[in-house]
Design a protein around this ligand. Structure first.
Ligand SMILES: Nc1ncnc2c1ncn2[C@@H]1O[C@H](COP(=O)(O)OP(=O)(O)O)[C@@H](O)[C@H]1O
Ligand SMILES: [Mg+2]
Length: 299
Protein backbone atom coordinates (compact mmCIF):
# COMPACT_ATOMS: atom_id res chain seq x y z
CA UNK A 1 0.00 0.00 0.00
CA UNK A 2 2.58 2.52 1.11
CA UNK A 3 4.91 1.40 -1.67
CA UNK A 4 2.11 1.92 -4.25
CA UNK A 5 1.43 5.36 -2.97
CA UNK A 6 5.12 6.19 -3.05
CA UNK A 7 5.43 4.99 -6.63
CA UNK A 8 2.35 6.99 -7.59
CA UNK A 9 3.93 10.07 -6.11
CA UNK A 10 7.18 9.54 -8.06
CA UNK A 11 5.24 9.27 -11.32
CA UNK A 12 3.37 12.47 -10.56
CA UNK A 13 6.62 14.18 -9.61
CA UNK A 14 8.14 13.23 -12.94
CA UNK A 15 5.12 14.62 -14.80
CA UNK A 16 5.31 17.85 -12.83
CA UNK A 17 8.82 18.75 -13.92
CA UNK A 18 8.75 21.63 -16.38
CA UNK A 19 11.50 23.49 -18.19
CA UNK A 20 10.42 26.96 -17.09
CA UNK A 21 7.40 28.44 -15.32
CA UNK A 22 5.62 30.73 -17.74
CA UNK A 23 3.46 33.78 -17.00
CA UNK A 24 -0.11 32.60 -17.34
CA UNK A 25 -1.97 35.86 -17.82
CA UNK A 26 -1.50 38.94 -20.00
CA UNK A 27 0.92 41.49 -18.57
CA UNK A 28 -0.44 45.03 -18.60
CA UNK A 29 2.32 47.21 -20.02
CA UNK A 30 0.78 50.63 -19.62
CA UNK A 31 1.69 53.75 -17.70
CA UNK A 32 4.45 53.09 -15.18
CA UNK A 33 4.77 49.48 -16.37
CA UNK A 34 5.54 50.51 -19.92
CA UNK A 35 8.29 52.85 -18.73
CA UNK A 36 9.67 50.35 -16.22
CA UNK A 37 9.71 47.48 -18.69
CA UNK A 38 11.47 49.55 -21.30
CA UNK A 39 14.08 50.81 -18.81
CA UNK A 40 14.64 47.30 -17.54
CA UNK A 41 15.27 45.95 -21.00
CA UNK A 42 17.49 48.84 -22.05
CA UNK A 43 19.59 48.53 -18.90
CA UNK A 44 20.11 44.81 -19.45
CA UNK A 45 20.95 45.32 -23.13
CA UNK A 46 23.63 47.78 -22.10
CA UNK A 47 25.07 45.58 -19.37
CA UNK A 48 23.89 47.91 -16.61
CA UNK A 49 22.46 46.29 -13.48
CA UNK A 50 18.95 47.52 -12.68
CA UNK A 51 17.08 47.56 -9.38
CA UNK A 52 13.28 47.61 -9.24
CA UNK A 53 12.17 49.57 -6.19
CA UNK A 54 8.61 49.53 -4.96
CA UNK A 55 6.24 48.39 -2.21
CA UNK A 56 5.15 44.72 -2.03
CA UNK A 57 2.73 43.45 -4.67
CA UNK A 58 3.09 46.14 -7.36
CA UNK A 59 4.60 43.92 -10.06
CA UNK A 60 8.38 43.89 -9.58
CA UNK A 61 8.74 40.11 -9.90
CA UNK A 62 6.37 39.98 -12.83
CA UNK A 63 8.34 42.55 -14.83
CA UNK A 64 11.60 40.69 -14.21
CA UNK A 65 10.01 37.43 -15.29
CA UNK A 66 8.52 39.07 -18.36
CA UNK A 67 11.88 40.43 -19.47
CA UNK A 68 13.46 36.99 -19.02
CA UNK A 69 10.71 35.39 -21.13
CA UNK A 70 10.83 38.01 -23.85
CA UNK A 71 14.61 37.84 -24.18
CA UNK A 72 14.78 34.04 -24.09
CA UNK A 73 16.74 33.89 -20.86
CA UNK A 74 16.27 31.19 -18.24
CA UNK A 75 15.00 32.56 -14.94
CA UNK A 76 16.58 32.13 -11.52
CA UNK A 77 15.71 33.88 -8.30
CA UNK A 78 16.52 34.13 -4.63
CA UNK A 79 14.45 35.82 -1.93
CA UNK A 80 16.89 37.32 0.48
CA UNK A 81 16.65 37.45 4.22
CA UNK A 82 19.19 37.06 6.99
CA UNK A 83 19.17 33.26 6.62
CA UNK A 84 20.32 33.15 3.01
CA UNK A 85 23.99 32.17 2.84
CA UNK A 86 26.44 32.68 -0.04
CA UNK A 87 26.49 28.92 -0.66
CA UNK A 88 22.74 29.02 -1.21
CA UNK A 89 23.48 31.39 -4.13
CA UNK A 90 26.61 29.79 -5.47
CA UNK A 91 26.00 26.14 -4.74
CA UNK A 92 28.00 23.56 -2.85
CA UNK A 93 29.75 20.24 -3.19
CA UNK A 94 27.66 17.19 -2.37
CA UNK A 95 29.51 15.55 0.57
CA UNK A 96 28.62 11.99 -0.50
CA UNK A 97 29.94 12.58 -4.02
CA UNK A 98 33.02 14.36 -2.71
CA UNK A 99 33.94 11.25 -0.71
CA UNK A 100 33.73 9.19 -3.87
CA UNK A 101 35.37 11.45 -6.43
CA UNK A 102 36.59 14.62 -4.76
CA UNK A 103 35.61 18.23 -5.38
CA UNK A 104 35.04 18.46 -9.11
CA UNK A 105 32.39 19.42 -11.65
CA UNK A 106 30.33 16.30 -11.10
CA UNK A 107 30.13 16.66 -7.31
CA UNK A 108 29.12 20.32 -7.56
CA UNK A 109 25.45 21.22 -6.99
CA UNK A 110 25.03 24.65 -8.55
CA UNK A 111 23.01 27.37 -6.87
CA UNK A 112 20.80 29.79 -8.83
CA UNK A 113 23.47 32.44 -9.35
CA UNK A 114 26.03 30.08 -10.88
CA UNK A 115 23.29 28.50 -12.96
CA UNK A 116 22.26 31.85 -14.38
CA UNK A 117 25.90 32.77 -15.07
CA UNK A 118 26.65 29.52 -16.87
CA UNK A 119 23.38 29.42 -18.83
CA UNK A 120 23.38 33.13 -19.62
CA UNK A 121 20.08 33.47 -17.80
CA UNK A 122 18.50 36.15 -15.65
CA UNK A 123 19.18 36.13 -11.92
CA UNK A 124 16.76 38.06 -9.73
CA UNK A 125 17.89 39.04 -6.26
CA UNK A 126 14.60 39.79 -4.49
CA UNK A 127 14.80 42.13 -1.53
CA UNK A 128 18.51 42.55 -2.04
CA UNK A 129 18.60 45.03 0.83
CA UNK A 130 17.78 42.16 3.19
CA UNK A 131 20.87 40.19 2.18
CA UNK A 132 23.61 39.87 4.79
CA UNK A 133 26.85 41.70 4.20
CA UNK A 134 28.45 38.35 3.52
CA UNK A 135 25.97 37.64 0.71
CA UNK A 136 26.19 41.14 -0.68
CA UNK A 137 29.97 40.75 -0.91
CA UNK A 138 29.72 37.48 -2.81
CA UNK A 139 27.68 39.27 -5.48
CA UNK A 140 30.25 41.92 -6.26
CA UNK A 141 32.50 39.89 -8.57
CA UNK A 142 29.63 38.36 -10.58
CA UNK A 143 28.17 41.84 -11.02
CA UNK A 144 31.32 43.74 -11.75
CA UNK A 145 33.67 41.30 -13.47
CA UNK A 146 31.00 38.79 -14.49
CA UNK A 147 32.95 35.94 -13.00
CA UNK A 148 33.11 33.99 -9.78
CA UNK A 149 36.06 32.25 -8.24
CA UNK A 150 34.80 28.84 -7.27
CA UNK A 151 37.36 26.94 -5.28
CA UNK A 152 38.80 24.46 -6.34
CA UNK A 153 37.19 24.42 -9.79
CA UNK A 154 38.62 27.76 -10.80
CA UNK A 155 37.26 30.93 -12.32
CA UNK A 156 33.69 30.63 -13.65
CA UNK A 157 33.10 33.16 -16.39
CA UNK A 158 29.49 34.07 -17.17
CA UNK A 159 27.89 33.83 -20.59
CA UNK A 160 27.36 37.04 -22.53
CA UNK A 161 23.61 37.11 -21.88
CA UNK A 162 23.88 36.63 -18.10
CA UNK A 163 21.92 39.40 -16.44
CA UNK A 164 21.24 40.46 -12.89
CA UNK A 165 18.18 42.29 -11.60
CA UNK A 166 17.69 43.37 -7.99
CA UNK A 167 14.42 44.27 -6.33
CA UNK A 168 13.79 46.01 -3.05
CA UNK A 169 11.10 47.70 -1.03
CA UNK A 170 11.43 51.43 -0.52
CA UNK A 171 13.87 51.98 2.31
CA UNK A 172 11.26 53.72 4.50
CA UNK A 173 9.44 50.46 5.18
CA UNK A 174 10.90 49.12 8.36
CA UNK A 175 12.58 45.76 8.77
CA UNK A 176 14.94 46.29 5.89
CA UNK A 177 18.67 46.90 6.02
CA UNK A 178 20.77 49.02 3.79
CA UNK A 179 22.61 47.97 0.70
CA UNK A 180 26.35 48.21 1.03
CA UNK A 181 27.95 51.14 -0.75
CA UNK A 182 30.03 48.89 -3.02
CA UNK A 183 26.92 47.13 -4.23
CA UNK A 184 24.91 50.34 -4.64
CA UNK A 185 27.73 51.72 -6.80
CA UNK A 186 27.37 48.72 -9.11
CA UNK A 187 23.64 49.07 -9.58
CA UNK A 188 23.36 51.61 -12.36
CA UNK A 189 19.65 51.95 -13.03
CA UNK A 190 16.99 52.51 -10.37
CA UNK A 191 13.47 51.85 -11.56
CA UNK A 192 10.68 52.97 -9.26
CA UNK A 193 7.24 51.42 -9.20
CA UNK A 194 4.38 52.56 -7.09
CA UNK A 195 0.65 51.86 -7.00
CA UNK A 196 -0.71 52.10 -10.54
CA UNK A 197 -3.34 54.53 -11.75
CA UNK A 198 -6.97 53.53 -11.46
CA UNK A 199 -7.29 52.65 -15.12
CA UNK A 200 -4.20 50.46 -15.10
CA UNK A 201 -5.06 48.73 -11.84
CA UNK A 202 -8.60 47.90 -12.99
CA UNK A 203 -7.07 46.22 -16.00
CA UNK A 204 -4.58 44.31 -13.83
CA UNK A 205 -7.41 43.09 -11.58
CA UNK A 206 -9.34 41.88 -14.62
CA UNK A 207 -6.42 40.20 -16.39
CA UNK A 208 -5.53 38.25 -13.27
CA UNK A 209 -9.05 36.94 -12.70
CA UNK A 210 -9.86 33.82 -14.71
CA UNK A 211 -13.38 33.87 -16.25
CA UNK A 212 -13.88 37.48 -15.17
CA UNK A 213 -17.59 38.12 -14.99
CA UNK A 214 -18.24 41.00 -12.62
CA UNK A 215 -20.20 44.18 -13.32
CA UNK A 216 -17.90 47.15 -13.78
CA UNK A 217 -19.41 48.82 -10.71
CA UNK A 218 -18.32 45.91 -8.51
CA UNK A 219 -14.78 45.99 -9.86
CA UNK A 220 -14.71 49.72 -9.20
CA UNK A 221 -15.90 49.20 -5.66
CA UNK A 222 -13.12 46.70 -5.00
CA UNK A 223 -10.61 49.15 -6.42
CA UNK A 224 -11.97 51.98 -4.30
CA UNK A 225 -11.65 49.98 -1.11
CA UNK A 226 -8.08 49.06 -1.99
CA UNK A 227 -7.32 52.65 -2.92
CA UNK A 228 -8.75 53.91 0.36
CA UNK A 229 -6.17 51.86 2.30
CA UNK A 230 -3.46 53.74 0.39
CA UNK A 231 -4.88 57.11 1.34
CA UNK A 232 -5.07 56.18 5.02
CA UNK A 233 -2.39 57.96 7.05
CA UNK A 234 -2.57 55.18 9.65
CA UNK A 235 -1.20 52.52 7.32
CA UNK A 236 2.49 52.08 6.63
CA UNK A 237 1.83 49.27 4.18
CA UNK A 238 -1.59 49.48 2.48
CA UNK A 239 -3.31 46.90 0.28
CA UNK A 240 -1.43 46.07 -2.94
CA UNK A 241 -2.59 45.11 -6.41
CA UNK A 242 -1.80 41.54 -5.30
CA UNK A 243 -4.39 41.57 -2.53
CA UNK A 244 -6.82 43.40 -4.83
CA UNK A 245 -6.41 40.50 -7.25
CA UNK A 246 -7.19 37.95 -4.52
CA UNK A 247 -10.31 39.87 -3.54
CA UNK A 248 -11.46 40.19 -7.16
CA UNK A 249 -10.97 36.47 -7.78
CA UNK A 250 -12.95 35.44 -4.72
CA UNK A 251 -15.80 37.87 -5.34
CA UNK A 252 -15.84 36.92 -9.03
CA UNK A 253 -16.10 33.22 -8.31
CA UNK A 254 -18.49 33.22 -5.34
CA UNK A 255 -20.76 36.25 -5.64
CA UNK A 256 -23.65 33.91 -6.46
CA UNK A 257 -23.58 32.73 -2.88
CA UNK A 258 -24.57 36.19 -1.68
CA UNK A 259 -27.66 38.24 -2.45
CA UNK A 260 -25.56 41.26 -3.40
CA UNK A 261 -22.01 41.74 -4.65
CA UNK A 262 -21.42 44.13 -1.77
CA UNK A 263 -22.06 41.28 0.66
CA UNK A 264 -19.44 39.19 -1.13
CA UNK A 265 -16.90 42.00 -0.87
CA UNK A 266 -17.78 42.45 2.80
CA UNK A 267 -17.28 38.74 3.44
CA UNK A 268 -13.91 38.30 1.72
CA UNK A 269 -12.23 41.69 2.15
CA UNK A 270 -11.14 41.43 5.81
CA UNK A 271 -9.41 38.10 5.19
CA UNK A 272 -7.49 39.05 2.06
CA UNK A 273 -6.76 42.75 2.54
CA UNK A 274 -5.55 42.74 6.13
CA UNK A 275 -3.02 40.01 5.43
CA UNK A 276 -0.22 42.18 4.12
CA UNK A 277 -1.12 45.52 5.61
CA UNK A 278 0.81 47.17 8.42
CA UNK A 279 -0.17 50.01 10.72
CA UNK A 280 2.19 52.90 11.32
CA UNK A 281 1.67 53.30 15.04
CA UNK A 282 0.27 51.46 18.04
CA UNK A 283 -3.35 51.87 18.98
CA UNK A 284 -5.12 50.84 15.83
CA UNK A 285 -5.07 47.36 14.37
CA UNK A 286 -5.14 46.49 10.71
CA UNK A 287 -8.57 44.85 11.14
CA UNK A 288 -10.00 48.02 12.64
CA UNK A 289 -8.79 50.05 9.67
CA UNK A 290 -10.25 47.57 7.18
CA UNK A 291 -13.58 47.54 9.03
CA UNK A 292 -13.78 51.33 8.99
CA UNK A 293 -13.10 51.46 5.28
CA UNK A 294 -15.65 48.76 4.53
CA UNK A 295 -18.26 50.51 6.62
CA UNK A 296 -17.59 53.75 4.76
CA UNK A 297 -17.60 52.23 1.30
CA UNK A 298 -20.28 49.59 1.61
CA UNK A 299 -22.46 51.13 4.28
N1 LIG B 1 1.40 45.11 -15.08
C1 LIG B 1 0.79 44.01 -14.63
N2 LIG B 1 0.03 43.25 -15.46
C2 LIG B 1 -0.57 42.14 -15.01
N3 LIG B 1 -0.48 41.68 -13.74
C3 LIG B 1 0.25 42.39 -12.86
C4 LIG B 1 0.92 43.59 -13.26
N4 LIG B 1 1.58 44.08 -12.19
C5 LIG B 1 1.33 43.24 -11.18
N5 LIG B 1 0.54 42.21 -11.56
C6 LIG B 1 0.11 41.09 -10.73
O1 LIG B 1 0.11 41.53 -9.38
C7 LIG B 1 0.59 40.52 -8.51
C8 LIG B 1 1.77 41.05 -7.73
O2 LIG B 1 2.89 41.21 -8.60
P1 LIG B 1 4.38 40.79 -8.19
O3 LIG B 1 5.22 40.89 -9.38
O4 LIG B 1 4.38 39.49 -7.46
O5 LIG B 1 4.71 41.97 -7.15
P2 LIG B 1 6.05 42.25 -6.33
O6 LIG B 1 7.14 41.41 -6.86
O7 LIG B 1 6.27 43.71 -6.53
O8 LIG B 1 5.71 41.94 -4.90
C9 LIG B 1 0.93 39.32 -9.39
O9 LIG B 1 -0.17 38.44 -9.37
C10 LIG B 1 1.11 39.93 -10.76
O10 LIG B 1 0.82 38.99 -11.75
MG1 LIG C 1 7.98 39.86 -5.69
Amino acid sequence: MIADREQGFRKMLEKSIVENIRIEHPVVLKGQYETAYSLLKDALDTGITPCLVGPPGVGKSLLARKVAEDTGRSFHEVFFDENVTPSRLIGSFDPALVVRSGRNISSFEPGPLIRAMVEGGLFVAHELNRATEFCQNSLIAPLEERHYHLFPLGMIKSQESFAFVATQNPIETSGTYRLSKVLVDRIGCWIRLTYPTKETELEILKENTPAFNLPHSTLEKIYEIVKETRDSPVLEIPASPRSGIYLTRLVNKYFNRFDKEDAAIRFFAPAVLAKEMKVREEGKTVSMVVEEILARKLG
